[in-house]
Design a binder for this molecule. Sequence first.
Ligand SMILES: [Zn+2]
Length: 338
Amino acid sequence: MRGTVLYGPRDIRFEERPDPVIEQPTDAILRLAVTCVCGSDLWPYRGNPPVTEPTPMGHEYCGVVEEVGRDVKTIKLGQFVVGSFATSDNTCVICRHGYQSGCVNREFMLRAQAPLLRVPNADGTLVPTPDKPSDDLLPSLLAASDVLGTGWFAADAANVQPGGTVVVVGDGAVGLLGVLSAKQMRAERIIAMSRHDKRQQLAREFGATDIVSERGDEGMARIKGMTDGIGADSVLECVGTEESMKQAVGSARRGGYVSFVGVPHGVELDGQEMFFSQVHLHGGPAPVRHFLPKLIDLIFERKIDPGKVFDLMLPLEDVAQGYRAMDERRAIKTLLRP
Ligand SMILES: [Zn+2]
């Protein structure tokens, strides 16, 4: 097969790779229906951190089970399944508390920007769909694999409640789906922080009631102005920079909740500021596996359409173009068809 490999800054190649094989008896091999480029892929793509050797890319996937190891019990050949970026046994104490992305047997996925994929811990990682999905559901199921699961976790970890006021920092796919998730959790007011016309429009489609385009101190002042000087009940930080994190903490009310799901890069927080903010902080790699059954149901019932975040569809072999479009912010998210 051919797969996607990152060689260095902005050097993505689609090249001959070995077909994956069953390595552990708990593995499955999937034939992917669709895959995509993640916002987090842009960090190594831009050289932060630099890759030290050619690195196979991709961690979002859904497709059909083509082969299973001898210890795989519940996942069956021919099933359509959705997985996520962290594999899990779904049985250890961490998993049972709903933190499958912190499983004691976790492996982080790579190599998903390819037609075939080996998934470790298949039984605890993959979730079958109720039926074979129609083509129009594929983008949404693929979104569930990471960006929707992460946006949902962001809303859940920020304790979004019916009637509450929510601020979403970041207008990438995760931030936009954080808006969708907050809407599903019946927040009354959802303020999306975005400076891009197209993304503001999608945020509104997903349920944002207000848009704030200012950032930093001005952004925080706007939020305070909109909330009687108090700040928001729930703030979702979906970027991962120091500026966005400070903006998130500074937009929450005392006693409010801040979730952070953007992989932090160079974030240092001031102890005094954190102390006097009195916020609940909760974040990390989203336990997508925990939310997948519910998200798949919502998608199959056509109650949500998270696949709208894909505004560029390309054949997998054009993956380098997909990275470039996202790097230059011409695309929110690129879907790739093997
Ligand atoms: Zn576990």
